[in-house]
Design a protein around this ligand. Structure first.
Ligand SMILES: [Mg+2]
Length: 198
């Protein structure tokens, strides 16, 4: 069971359906029409798509800077769980490798309708710095969609929980969740404790 007081979340691919926005930007800005969600079978898109580096960088930059007109949708069920965590346990920690917090903070307020004081966004600027952020905040569980990061997280004694995506669909030793309702069912909410432990 996941301790609700000590869990943190990645943002892209866990809370936000970023790769569907990626496909829309590729189509509408770059006229790349052959990308499919299930075709993203690895994390490095240069490897598993035929995108060139300049196009890939442009799309990633647009997403990170918030420069897009298509909506960035939430992953279904994320809002409810984050809301509940924020209400019951104070700011929910989101640790992202993105370089800027602002577009993520705005999105959490506008799209997920979370109060500004109910979440903290930590932009580490790199995947490798996520472990440092986890240690500083004494987090024990981290929900993440990038397997390489899960291995790093495990190395520092934090329990990674893999949020299933086409790009992490390979054998690994970690707990895996397919959806937010499933994640919700793994959280040790106070009202899910047996009678005598309440
Ligand atoms: Mg991610």
């Amino acid at each position: 069971m996941i301790d609700p007081q000590s869990v943190a979340f990645d943002f892209d691919g866990v809370v936000a359906d970023t790769m569907r926005l990626f496909i829309k930007i590729a189509r509408n800005v770059h006229r790349v029409k052959n990308l499919t969600y299930d075709g993203f079978t690895c994390y490095d898109l240069l490897e598993c798509t035929d995108l060139d580096e300049a196009t890939l960088t442009d799309i990633v930059d647009r997403i990170q800077d918030g420069r897009y007109t298509d909506p960035l949708e939430p992953i279904p069920g994320a809002a409810n769980v984050l809301q509940r965590l924020g209400d019951q346990y104070g700011p929910v920690v989101l640790i992202t490798a993105r370089p800027h917090a602002k577009p993520v903070e705005d999105w959490l307020q506008q799209i997920l309708r979370l109060d500004r004081n109910k979440f903290e966004v930590v932009p580490t600027g790199s995947f490798d710095n996520k472990t440092k952020a986890l240690t500083l905040r004494e987090i024990s569980f981290f929900v993440e969609d990038r397997l390489e990061t899960c291995y790093q997280v495990q190395d520092i004694g934090v329990v990674p929980v893999v949020f299933s995506q086409p790009w992490n669909n390979e054998p690994h030793p970690f707990k895996r969740v397919a959806s937010w309702p499933e994640l919700d069912s793994m959280i040790k909410w106070p009202d899910t404790l047996p009678e005598k432990e309440r």
